[in-house]
Design a protein around this ligand. Structure first.
Ligand code: MG
Length: 369
C-alpha cells in the first residue's frame, strides 16, 4: 500500500484550514498532516512543521519556504486569506508541489504567472464553484466546452431589493444565508465581488475566455456550477453547501474520499431557482470583467482595493455601498502598469495606499467614484 499523502496547510486557523484538518483526521490511511501555519495558536497537533505567525514576517516566511519546499511534502493547501498567499503559492509550485488553492485572490492578482508556474499539472481548486467546474470537466476535452456558468447564492441582500445598501450593518453583511466562511469572503459574497473574483479565477484555472463565463443567482446553493458543452449538453455538480466536500475533492484527487459529506437528497431539491444578476444594483462582476480585459495590473488593483475597502467597512470607516464604489474609484485612478511579479506587487501596493489615503482624507469615509 502506498503511504499517505503529506499535506501542508497554509492558514490552518481559518475556516478552510480547520475543515481541512477535519478531512485529514477522517482519512488517516490516505492523508497525513505534514505541516501547518497558523495565525494564532489553536488546537494542539503533531506535524513535522508547526509554524506560527503572519506571512510577511521574515522568520515566518523563511520557515514556510522550508516547509513547502521540503522534499517530503507532497501537497500544499493554500488557505491564507488575501494577497499574502501569492508568494508561498509560487514557492510551492516552483518546488514542484501539488497545490490545492482556496485563496482566489492569488489567481486574480497574478493568474498568468501562477498558471505558468503550475505548468501541466495545473492547480486543484478548493473554491466550491471551481471545484464543481473542475469535476464537470474531468474526462472532457477543452474544445468541447462552450460556456461556464458560475452560480452565486446572492448573499444576504440580493433577495431584498428595497434595502438601502448605504445603511446595512457589519453584522447584517456577515450573516450569510447559506455558507459559513471567513469574514473577507462573506463580505465579498454580500457585495457580489466574490463572483467578480471567481469569474477571473475560472478564466485562469480553466483557460476559458472571460465572455464565455457567466454568473447565475441560485439562492439554494446546491448546484455549485454548470458547464455547457458545444452539443448543448450541460453538466452540473450538486452537493450540500459544505466546504468539506470541495476540500476533500482537492486533497483526495484523483481518488474520491468516502463520506466527505452526506449526499443531498434529490426529493429535497424541488424548487431550485436561477435568476439573472442585476448588475446595476451589484456592479462588482462587471467591474471585475472590465479589469481583467484591460489587464496591465488592473486585476491586482481590483483585488487590493477590495481587500482594503472590506477592512475599512469592517471597522466602520466606510458604508457597505462604499466598498464597491471604492474599488471603482481605484480602477478609474490607476494609470496602468506591467504584468511582471514586481509590477503586480507594485499595483497591489498602489491600490492599498490609494484606498487608505482616501479613507483617511474623506470625513464621511466616502470616496468619489
Ligand atoms: Mg466560491
Amino acid at each position: 500500500m502506498t503511504r499517505p499523502v503529506n499535506v501542508a496547510i497554509l492558514g490552518a486557523t481559518g475556516s478552510i484550514g480547520q475543515q481541512a484538518l477535519d478531512v485529514i483526521d477522517r482519512n488517516p490511511s490516505r492523508l497525513r498532516l505534514f505541516g501547518l501555519t497558523e495565525g494564532r495558536r489553536s488546537a494542539r497537533r503533531t506535524a513535522d512543521h508547526m509554524i506560527q505567525g503572519q506571512a510577511g514576517d521574515s522568520d515566518f516566511d523563511a520557515r514556510v519556504e522550508a516547509m513547502v519546499t521540503d522534499p517530503r511534502c507532497d501537497l500544499v493547501l493554500v488557505a491564507i486569506p488575501g494577497a499574502r498567499a501569492l508568494a508561498p503559492t509560487l514557492l510551492a509550485l516552483k518546488a514542484g508541489k501539488e497545490v490545492a488553492l482556496a485563496t482566489k485572490e492569488v489567481l486574480v492578482m497574478a493568474g498568468a504567472l501562477v498558471m505558468k508556474a503550475a505548468g501541466e499539472r495545473g492547480l486543484r481548486p478548493v473554491d466550491s464553484e471551481h471545484s464543481a467546474i473542475w469535476q464537470c470537466l474531468w474526462g472532457e476535452r477543452s474544445e468541447h466546452v462552450r460556456r461556464l456558468i458560475i452560480t452565486a447564492s446572492g448573499g444576504p441582500f440580493w433577495a431584498h431589493p428595497d434595502l438601502d445598501l448605504d445603511q446595512v450593518t457589519v453584522d447584517q453583511a456577515l450573516n450569510h444565508p447559506r455558507w459559513s466562511m471567513g469574514p473577507k469572503v462573506t463580505i465579498d459574497s454580500a457585495t457580489l465581488m466574490n463572483k467578480g473574483l471567481e469569474v477571473i479565477e475560472a478564466h485562469h484555472l480553466f483557460g476559458i475566455a472571460l465572455d464565455h463565463i457567466s454568473v447565475s443567482i441560485h439562492p439554494q446553493s446546491v448546484v455549485h456550477s454548470v458547464v455547457e458543452f458545444i452539443d448543448g449538453s450541460m453538466k452540473a455538480q450538486i452537493g450540500r453547501p459544505d466546504m468539506r466536500l470541495p476540500i476533500a475533492v482537492a486533497l483526495g484527487y484523483p481518488e474520491r474520499l468516502p463520506d466527505a459529506v452526506p449526499p443531498a437528497q434529490l426529493e429535497e431539491l424541488s424548487g431550485l431557482e436561477f435568476h439573472a444578476l442585476d448588475e446595476s444594483r451589484f456592479p462588482s462582476v462587471r467591474l471585475a470583467r472590465q479589469a481583467a480585459v484591460a489587464g496591465q495590473g488592473r486585476p491586482a488593483v481590483l483585488n487590493a482595493a477590495n481587500e482594503e475597502a472590506v477592512n475599512a467597512f469592517l471597522v466602520g470607516a466606510i458604508p457597505f455601498s462604499g466598498i464597491v464604489q471604492t474599488v471603482e474609484a481605484a480602477l478609474n485612478a490607476y494609470p496602468g502598469g506591467g504584468e511582471s511579479l514586481p509590477e503586480i506587487l507594485e499595483a497591489d501596493r498602489w491600490a492599498r495606499e490609494f484606498v487608505k489615503a482616501g479613507v483617511r482624507g474623506a470625513p464621511s469615509g466616502r470616496l468619489k467614484a
